[in-house]
Design a protein around this ligand. Structure first.
Ligand code: ADP
Ligand code: MG
Length: 468
């Protein structure tokens, strides 16, 4: 018999072999996910930096018989520095978003999956044209991912002087995709993105040459998220090790005070005592057992302040109402942003909006619009915590809604760590703290809907009396 062959596998090869876990399982999902990853990167590159987004998505049929499409997304974002661009598009798990603040991206994976999918189905590299804010040049790259080494391959690049003050990025990927199957979902995705970002100007041009535009409704934008130090409750042993590696703190006590939220000198002393560690130990010398003792002390301490909501960027009730009103044209709209909450050391905020009547068609169930960090989630609805609340727990007859009814419920979860069920980021786990916040928020807005419907009912009765 032949001896076993052993070898390691890099990140690029792993995701190449397991595309479905990142949402690239078949040609329908792949083209949907490509649009999504590009649009999300464009939104991160604009709104996180207070730039009112202007985004154009174009899907072209390159060879419809072979299902070859080109997806191009153009934005007015901050651009990408030329020395970083090849890695941003050509190395799996490379990101500028590995920091504690709310963004749409988080794994450093999305766009590389699209690049990989394009190169494995059509064979061409991805075209990136970018100009960073303040740069005097526009840069152009063709990029591929080397599956074996996870190094970017750049078969072509160039630069030219820039006239005017354009900045932004344009990414173009050719792939085999099933546009006809994905079409409805993609258009729905763009529509829901426009609802949650009424300060964005978003256009999509389809292969049939149809142009759908969601013009900007307001220049009001949510406060961008701020970076925050980690909260001790959200830390595990590995995370602690990494913080120690990067820290300049000379003593343990200093480390706790400078690198974490809600630890001052007093709390630091209490924690170190609990862990049985000397305050002036050099953090870099901690043994595995000592690291574990410190993390245990973090987790068992009851008196931390809750994690800071500063790294979160909720949209706000006003913008939700503007978005729902302008796109759905309902007769009633209300929204609420809950106060910050936390699970396992991670801050989160739940926002809920309800739109009712008007141009919304009646349906047998509430129509749920789920969002996580402003990303519309369109797949796996029934396994999402928001569906559990809106579709299964809430008794809508308590709020005077009887189905079929024209009811849309928007649920947005903003967090530095959304507990997704998979890296495809399609549904959110049933974390009790989050479920509770969703329920309270839905109930709060639903009570307003009930008040409205009651008033309307009375007015209608009055009308009848007047007539008879
Ligand atoms: P993630 O979005 O999770 O960070 P991606 O693979 O989608 O991972 O993107 C990698 C990085 O490339 C991003 O973190 C960002 O720095 C950069 N990037 C991608 N698209 C754009 C864009 N349109 N404008 C500016 N930067 C971008
Ligand atoms: Mg991304």
């Amino acid at each position: 018999v032949r001896a076993e062959q052993y070898r390691g596998m890099g990140a690029a090869e792993f995701f190449y072999r397991n595309k479905e876990i990142a949402g690239f399982g078949n040609p329908t999902r792949a083209i949907y996910q490509t649009v999504r990853e590009l649009v999300e990167n464009s939104l991160d590159a604009t709104e996180v930096h207070k730039i009112p987004p202007k985004i154009v998505v174009q899907v072209e049929a390159v060879d419809p018989d072979k299902n070859i499409y080109r997806v191009t997304v153009d934005d007015n974002g901050i651009g990408i520095p030329p020395d970083k661009a090849p890695y941003a598009f050509g190395r799996v798990l490379y990101s500028s978003k590995y920091v504690a603040r709310q963004t749409r991206g988080m794994y450093g994976l999305g766009v590389k999956m699209a690049v990989l999918y394009g190169q494995m189905t059509v064979g061409k590299p991805t075209l990136v044209i970018t100009s960073p804010r303040g740069s005097k040049f526009t840069y152009r790259f063709k990029v591929k991912v080397n599956v074996k080494t996870n190094e970017p391959e750049v078969p072509e690049k160039g630069e030219w002087p820039k006239s005017g003050d354009w900045h932004g990025t344009r990414v173009s990927i050719e792939l085999v995709g099933d546009w006809r199957r994905a079409r409805t979902k993609i258009l729905e995705y763009i529509k829901r993105t426009a609802i949650i970002a009424p300060y964005a100007d978003i256009t999509i041009i389809t292969p049939e040459g149809i142009l759908v535009r969601y013009p900007r409704k307001t220049y009001e934008m949510p406060e961008p998220p701020k970076e925050a130090k980690p909260h001790p409750k959200g830390i595990d042993i590995e995370a602690l090790r990494q913080i120690i590696d990067k820290s300049k703190a000379k003593t343990l006590k200093q480390l706790l005070i400078t690198e974490f939220q809600s630890i001052g000198p007093k709390t630091a002393s209490v924690l170190l005592k609990r862990a049985g560690l000397e305050p002036d130990l050099n953090p870099k010398t901690l043994t595995d057992d000592q690291l574990k003792a410190l993390v245990d002390a973090f987790h068992s301490y009851e008196k931390f302040r809750p994690p800071s909501p500063e790294p979160l960027s909720p949209i706000g009730a006003e913008l939700i109402k503007i978005g729902l009103k302008s796109v759905l044209k309902p007769e009633f709209v209300e929204a609420v942003t809950r106060r910050p909450s936390a699970y396992g050391g991670h801050p989160f905020i739940v926002e809920v909006g309800i739109a009712y009547g008007g141009e919304i068609p009646p349906a047998d169930q509430p129509v749920l619009y789920r969002y996580a960090n402003k990303i519309p989630l369109l797949y796996d609805e029934k396994s999402d915590v928001a569906w559990k609340v809106v579709g299964e727990t809430i008794d809508w007859s308590n709020y005077k809604v009887s189905f079929p009814a024209p009811l849309v419920v928007l649920v947005h979860i903003a967090s530095t760590k959304v507990p997704y069920k998979g890296v495809g980021k399609e549904s959110v786990m049933e974390v009790p703290e989050i479920e509770r916040e969703i329920r309270l928020a839905v109930q709060e807005v639903a009570r307003k809907l009930k008040r409205y419907l009651t008033k309307k009912e009375k007015e209608e009765e009055l009308q009848k009396k007047v007539i008879t």
